[in-house]
Ligand binder design. Structure first.
Ligand code: TXA
Ligand code: MG
Length: 346
């Protein structure tokens, strides 16, 4: 049985005791819920891979209680990385840097580098501090499922697999952290998230966004970040993203929805709340007003598609800038990169 405890000091003490004994515990961060274990203990780390059903070559992020925890885990910090840590930690940013030997190879999927993040969530930081070691944690979903942004969503995926879930309510950001690597000293966004490329550029002077963020990796290509090669965030429904100017996009989505319905399906539309009225009596899941709302709502919306038994979902594309880049990255992965254009003939 998996216990769910509202996060408070007593629950933190209980979680820390479990983590010190080598167990796996789910905890809230400001991005998504994490599935944590002692990041320096290889057996504890293997417990995460087992609970999640995660491929062994997909590395975990190490979470530190305080920004100063970075240097204990990595042996080289380029000035751009240092500046980003100073500007955005604690926060939704993960820095990928050359690992020290104490970080088990199992935790980094065999790579020479390690991803490190100091989360902003006060209870997450208290938990790490109470443990006295970094907590390795991927998102607390079963592999291939949307990341959980509520304790209930964690329970759906992890019931019976871990002893404890700390419930800190819904996650404020709702998408995972921005993952940044420094292959030549300059920042490269491997996964977009709460910290945008523009914010990174303002601090580090330059930034590149890896091709795999918005494009499918070519057959046989090596991913800069192993997570990029896996189908992700996928509900049971077949998701299609539709882009283009508003009018054509709306018309195309309506045509696709109607065709799915005629074929005996149970379709839904994912739309910005301002556009919800454009789809008449069709089933619309309103994703909120701006890209921050849409980021916060996306994973719960993808999970709702399953709960409601939807067979198809047609999603409006977002402008891939600011937080919209992170939302589009997740949507495209949920869609297996199936994208249609509004101006195409239906
Ligand atoms: O917000 C988040 O980042 C959440 C919370 C719990 O911190 N964690 C999270 O972890 O999303 P996970 O494991 O679901 O995703 C981590 C991503 C994966 O795509 C992984 O491939 C990449 O970061 N990553 C981790 N370490 C890496 C490394 N050394 N080199 C390249 N990519 C790395
Ligand atoms: Mg994940």
């Amino acid at each position: 049985m998996t216990k769910v405890r509202t996060v408070n000091q007593t629950a933190i003490d209980e979680a820390a005791a479990l983590l010190k004994a080598g167990a796996v515990v789910a905890f809230p961060t400001e991005t998504v819920y994490g599935l944590g274990a002692n990041g320096l203990d290889r057996d504890a780390v293997l417990g995460i891979f087992a609970a999640k059903g995660r491929p062994a070559d997909n590395p975990l992020i190490q979470h530190v209680a305080d920004p100063t925890g970075l240097d204990a885990l990595v042996h080289t910090v380029p000035p751009a990385a240092r500046a980003l840590a100073e500007a955005f930690w604690p926060g939704p940013l993960t820095l990928v840097l050359p690992a020290r030997d104490l970080v088990p190879l199992e935790a980094r999927g065999g790579l020479p580098t390690v991803g490190v993040r100091c989360p902003a969530h006060p209870w997450a930081r208290r938990l790490i501090a109470a443990c006295g070691f970094p907590i390795a944690a991927p998102s607390a979903n079963r592999s291939g499922r949307p990341s959980p942004t509520t304790a209930q969503a964690v329970l759906e995926d992890m019931d019976g697999r871990i002893p404890l879930i700390l419930d800190g309510g819904p996650c404020a950001v709702g998408l995972e952290s921005t993952v940044v690597g420094f292959p030549d000293g300059m920042p490269v966004v491997l996964r977009p998230g709460g910290v945008t490329p523009a914010q990174i550029e303002a601090v580090a002077g330059a930034v590149r966004v890896d091709d795999a963020v918005l494009h499918q990796l070519a057959e046989g290509a090596v991913a800069a970040s192993p997570g990029m090669k896996y189908r992700h965030y996928a509900p049971q429904a077949r998701v299609t993203v539709v882009d283009g100017p508003m009018e054509g996009k709306t018309r195309r989505i309506c045509a696709l929805y109607d065709a799915a319905l005629t074929a005996g399906g149970n379709p839904a539309i994912l739309a910005a709340s301002a556009n919800a009225g454009r789809y008449g009596s069709r089933a619309v899941y309103s994703m909120g007003q701006d890209d921050a709302d849409q980021a916060a709502a996306l994973f719960e919306t993808l999970r709702r598609l399953d709960t409601d038994g939807r067979t198809d979902a047609f999603a409006e594309a977002l402008e891939p800038s600011g937080l919209g880049l992170a939302v589009m990255n997740r949507l495209l992965r949920a869609a297996g990169f199936r994208i249609l254009h509004g101006e195409d003939a239906p």
